[in-house]
Design a protein. Structure first.
Length: 236
């Protein structure tokens, strides 16, 4: 059983920032094992694990509690896969589909983050590229119409960069350029938010034929970084 803090956002940050590759692999395997234990366990085992509460007595209450707990596990595991070095986001596909399915059963405000993660996860899988394009398009349409406070700028830029590369593979260059310019515009408006090395790691790819692979050399980005540095130094 993983420690209680295993499913917290603080642990996810530690996974990204401080864990080495072996520690990351260990965390992934621990959480996968815990998911199997909860998913396949008996009621007594689930109570022993602390998944079920004393007030969960009816089958409906038990099912709802287990579903909500597994949803939290699936999303945390998906993030572990994303932030692993090297990135293992393709392995997150089945868990992301479960997160999306659970959200659909619950209703409420749409969270596009799992949809964008899934699009990134499957974009290079033969036969799933069109699904990825649809996921990107529909999720970002909703994001631009309604916002997505839980998405965060890093995930937005990361997903847009992958979308632009997928569009270029389908020779939809003008659409790809729109996404690339959106990324450039965000950087120009927020030049002090992300250090250049992290920014490059976030949006660049060696196979990129667009501007993103040399994002730090983009004229608008260079100008924004220079202006930000002057402001930081008190010269303006």
């Amino acid at each position: 059983m993983p420690p209680k803090h295993f499913l917290t956002s603080n642990f996810r940050v530690a996974f990204e920032e401080y864990f080495n590759a072996e520690q990351q692999k260990s965390a992934v395997e621990t959480l996968r094992g815990h998911i199997a234990e909860v998913r396949d366990g008996s009621e007594d085992q689930r109570r022993e694990l602390g998944v079920l509460k004393p007030q969960d007595t009816t089958q409906e209450q038990i099912d709802q509690r287990v579903a909500a707990y597994l949803d939290k596990c699936y999303w945390q595991l998906s993030q572990f896969y994303r932030y692993s070095v090297p990135c293992r986001i393709t392995e997150a596909e089945p868990y992301l589909r479960e997160v999306i399915r659970y959200a659909q059963t619950k209703g409420g405000k749409r969270d596009v983050a799992p949809e964008l993660y899934l699009a990134v996860s499957i974009q290079n899988m033969p036969g799933k590229e069109e699904e990825a394009l649809t996921l990107f398009s529909e999720a970002f349409n909703d994001f631009e119409a309604n916002g997505a406070p839980l998405l965060g700028p890093r995930s937005e830029l990361w997903a847009r960069a992958h979308w632009s590369r997928l569009l270029r593979r389908f020779e939809r260059v003008q659409e790809a350029q729109v996404q690339e310019q959106t990324i450039v515009d965000w950087i120009v408006e927020h030049p002090m938010v992300l250090p250049p090395p992290k920014l490059k790691a976030l949006v660049s790819d060696d196979a990129d034929s667009g501007v993103l692979n040399n994002i730090l050399d983009h004229p608008e980005v260079l100008a924004a970084f220079e202006a930000a540095e002057e402001k930081r130094a008190g010269r303006v």
